[in-house]
Design a protein around this ligand. Structure first.
Ligand SMILES: C[S@@+](CC[C@H](N)C(=O)[O-])C[C@H]1O[C@@H](n2cnc3c(N)ncnc32)[C@H](O)[C@@H]1O
Length: 274
């Protein structure tokens, strides 16, 4: 089964780029991907690794699960059980409204006494203001206001989502040297965006300037690289091209613009070279 979004919430997942990602993979890698390796270096939810395996089933596809997302997927039943309990507790609070003090204390009690896996990435979408990040469970107990944004239905079990995909968990600077010398290896690079909020990636050290420089030292074609306007990536690659850095000469890109409310938009890029 093909997923067009990550089975559990994941901030920064590339669902908006799947069409373009699919097009580029199909144009650049023949047939079923025989003889190819595709490494999803900043795997996040694994959505790009999943998509690559569906499109190119004969390729070796590696998903670098730095955040241990696979562990969240293994606990969907527990996650659904807590969701069901919370949905009952907040049922009289209008959707997207603040919880009254009594309901809030019931919700907190329910979470405290829950015997099972608690998934921060789901919990934040059910109880915090839209887009807010839950860094640890303690935060929910101390939060002055919680909201009823509890999902109405269960998450479907992610059956088959990672079938045939190899899962590893390493920092990009340890993983890339294992692969850059194989010319039939496509590097899929979706690092945290420079100069952007990265709190959602709880386990990671922040990916900052030096990480970016390290990544740009290791990168070579064929690659697919994601970034945003704010990171000045196109300006950077234009400059590298002017400097005659062959790795980037002739790079191509597509952009996606999305609205984030109040007339504000953001622009993301998928840059590629084969
Ligand atoms: C923009 S997200 C990737 C989203 C992914 N493409 C998806 O569709 O779900 C960036 C990911 O890089 C991870 N990351 C941060 N630092 C890293 C490092 N040093 N090595 C590998 N991954 C890292 C983050 O934890 C996060 O999962």
């Amino acid at each position: 089964m093909k997923f067009n979004k990550a089975p559990l919430p994941f901030v920064g997942q590339k669902r908006n780029f799947l069409k373009q990602f699919t097009k580029v993979l199909n144009e650049s890698i023949e047939g079923q991907g025989e003889g190819w390796t595709i490494v999803d270096v900043f795997g996040g939810s694994g959505l790009l690794a999943h998509t690559a395996k569906q499109l190119k089933p004969c390729a070796r596809v590696i998903y670098n699960d730095f955040d241990n997302y696979a562990d969240r997927l293994a606990h969907i039943e527990d996650i659904n059980r807590l969701r069901q309990q919370l949905a009952v507790t907040v049922k009289d609070v209008p959707i997207k409204s603040k919880l009254d003090k009594h309901t809030q204390s019931l919700v907190i009690e329910q979470i405290r006494s829950f015997k099972g896996y608690i998934d921060l990435g789901s919990l934040q979408t059910w109880l915090l203001f839209s887009g807010d990040i839950l860094e640890n469970l303690d935060q929910i107990y101390k939060e002055s206001v919680l909201y009823n944004r509890v999902r109405k239905s269960d998450y479907s079990l992610a059956t088959g989502y990672l079938d045939g995909v190899e899962v590893v968990s390493k920092s990009f600077d340890a993983l890339l040297p294992e692969h850059v010398n194989n010319k039939n290896t496509l590097l899929v690079l979706d690092p945290p965006y420079l100069f952007s909020e990265q709190k959602a990636y709880r386990k990671a050290e922040e990916f900052r300037f030096i990480s970016f420089i390290k990544l740009m030292t290791l990168i070579r074609p064929p690659f697919i690289l994601f970034s945003n306007k704010h990171s000045e990536i196109i300006e950077y690659l234009d400059y590298m091209t002017e400097q005659k850095d062959e790795r980037f000469m002739g790079f191509d890109y597509v952009s996606v613009t999305a609205a984030i409310g109040k007339g504000r938009t953001y622009k993301d890029y998928m840059i590629y070279k084969f």
